[in-house]
Design a protein around this ligand. Structure first.
Ligand code: G3I
Length: 473
């Protein structure tokens, strides 16, 4: 998908939610707004889904809200070639069918990785020639099987070590073949499906672009690959990050990842966020404000994908906190739906940002090739809200009627809510940060504490929900 230019953003009465109630209009979803902005938004299909072990509500949320999918484990080496030259595509085929039925893009994860390699491969660890043919045969078969159906592949995953960036030593591929396994893997994958986008994927890439950080080391390799004509098209930043307020030791920031995106743009290489989660330390009490701050961080990473012209994918490593790998990492609550598949504040932040994102006025930059895009002044995006106040005043005070008669109208600072015995009113700034909230609103609520400016207000009553942009003057 190319980033589209938008003359304006649609601010029709929008219904927020999980896509699981009648009150949720089919076209008012994360994916519908992602598509309007020309990006992909997705979540893995958790391993439990493949065995039919998840409630139907999970799949309903997944296919309603997302337009790109990747398997948590089912396209990895051990899953697809459990014994030598005997391939198992059943689960992968199931996901590809599901994706086609639901109009989703498919990511393949992952071809050459040190982890989840079946034991039989290790029998050849001292035989370079054989290991090369094992890896080539795997890539030929797996990529060939899904040729034209898997749109993009993580060809090489996590080949760089964490500290003192260098190639990861403990990898059967690195030890047995040497770093050239990487170049070869890209060449073989491209030969097997010349139309697939091919990515290098890794974690900790949001920790700075300098020679001491993984991203700096990677950037030098990407330069070399590009110079040598290795068919690489994208870098996947896994982006398994931790809330920096509850863990002061965590380094990594959206700004650092944005810097990497801009460096990659100079090389005509895309950046994708491929495995996002923003966890809290296990064992701590996670408060409402912690969850709201988490939502802002989700939004900041989304901003990179919306604003950087060579970034197009925002993929979360799970749907609900109930089915997440994070426990194994001593983290918790890192996703955008809670244990009961209810949207968390992070969902709201993402939704509000997708609804309200306005591309830069100079849209020609968005449509040019990625190498032309490093000069894009993304600060324009953050000022768009104030710029548009004048245009929006009329609609902001009109009466908006939603489902089941739920309606809202703004007069001065008074927001009147009709059609509900009691409602909850939430006000967000244009970046999706919550600024005001009132529960059990009967009839009207005074927004005098909300300072002048442009906001998004959401009214919820039971399963009915209505959102609208408002201007407070
Ligand atoms: O296959 C066995 C199954 O037979 C058994 O019943 C089950 C019982 O626990 O275990 C199954 O294997 C587990 C597998 O997930 C499938 O559920 C493994 O023990 C477990 O280690 C494995 O964890 C996966 C992990 O990769 C392995 O490295 C996680 O689910 C998966 O989320 C995680 O994903 C990785 C990405 O591929 C790369 N980036 C990091 C990310 C998170 O670690």
């Amino acid at each position: 998908m190319r980033k589209q230019t938008l003359a304006g953003v649609v601010f029709s009465a929008a219904l927020l939610g999980a896509g699981i109630t009648d009150a949720f209009a089919a076209d008012e979803t994360l994916r519908s707004y992602a598509e309007k902005n020309g990006i992909y938004i997705g979540a893995i299909l958790n391993s439990q889904w493949f065995g039919g072990g998840l409630p139907s509500q999970y799949e309903q949320v997944h296919k309603t809200q997302f337009n790109i999918v990747v398997a948590e484990n089912e396209m990895k080496f051990d899953a697809t070639e459990p014994s030598e030259n005997r391939f198992n595509y059943n689960n992968g085929d199931k996901m590809v069918r599901y994706a086609k039925q639901n109009g989703m893009r498919v990511r393949g994860h992952a071809l050459a990785w040190h982890s989840q390699v079946p034991n039989w491969v290790n029998n050849y660890k001292n035989d370079k020639k054989k290991l090369l043919s094992v890896l080539k045969n795997h890539i030929d078969n797996v990529v060939g099987h899904w040729k034209g159906q898997v749109d993009e592949w993580d060809v090489v995953n996590e080949a760089i070590s964490n500290n003192e960036p260098q190639w990861r030593g403990f990898s059967v591929w690195y030890q047995g073949i040497g770093p050239e396994f990487i170049d070869s893997a890209f060449v073989w994958a491209h030969a097997a499906d010349p139309n697939a986008e091919l990515c290098y994927n890794d974690y900790n890439l949001e920790q700075g672009v300098n020679p001491k950080a993984k991203a700096g080391f990677l950037l030098e390799q990407v330069k070399r690959w590009v110079a040598n004509g290795i068919p690489i098209h994208c870098v996947g930043s896994q982006t398994h990050v931790e809330d920096t307020t509850t863990d002061k030791h965590f380094i990594g920031s959206p700004d650092s990842l944005r810097s990497l995106a801009r460096e990659l743009a100079k090389l005509n290489i895309k950046l994708k966020i491929t495995e996002l989660d923003i966890g809290f330390k296990s064992g701590i009490n996670v408060s409402k404000s912690d969850l709201e701050r988490q939502g802002q961080t989700f939004r900041q990473y989304l901003d990179i994908i919306l604003e950087e012209p060579n970034a197009d994918t925002y993929l979360i490593w799970g749907v609900s906190d109930k089915w997440s790998w994070l426990g194994g990492l001593n983290r918790q609550k890192g996703l955008i739906y809670d244990d009961n598949l209810k949207p968390k504040p992070a969902f709201d932040s993402i939704m509000v940002r997708l609804q309200n994102f306005e591309p830069p006025q100079d849209t020609s930059k968005q449509d040019t090739t990625v190498s032309d895009t490093t000069v894009t002044d993304t600060t324009k995006k953050d000022t768009a809200a104030t710029d548009t106040v004048g245009q929006d005043t009329t609609i902001s005070i009109a009466k908006i009627v939603g489902p089941a008669g739920l309606s809202m109208q703004l007069n001065g600072h008074t927001l009147s809510v009709k059609g509900a015995v009691s409602a909850r009113v939430d006000v967000f700034d244009m970046q999706g940060r919550p600024v005001f909230s009132a529960k059990n609103v009967k009839g009207s609520v005074d927004l005098k504490d909300v300072s002048e400016g442009l906001y998004v207000v959401r009214v919820r009553s039971g399963s009915a929900s209505l959102t609208k942009r408002i201007a407070i003057k």
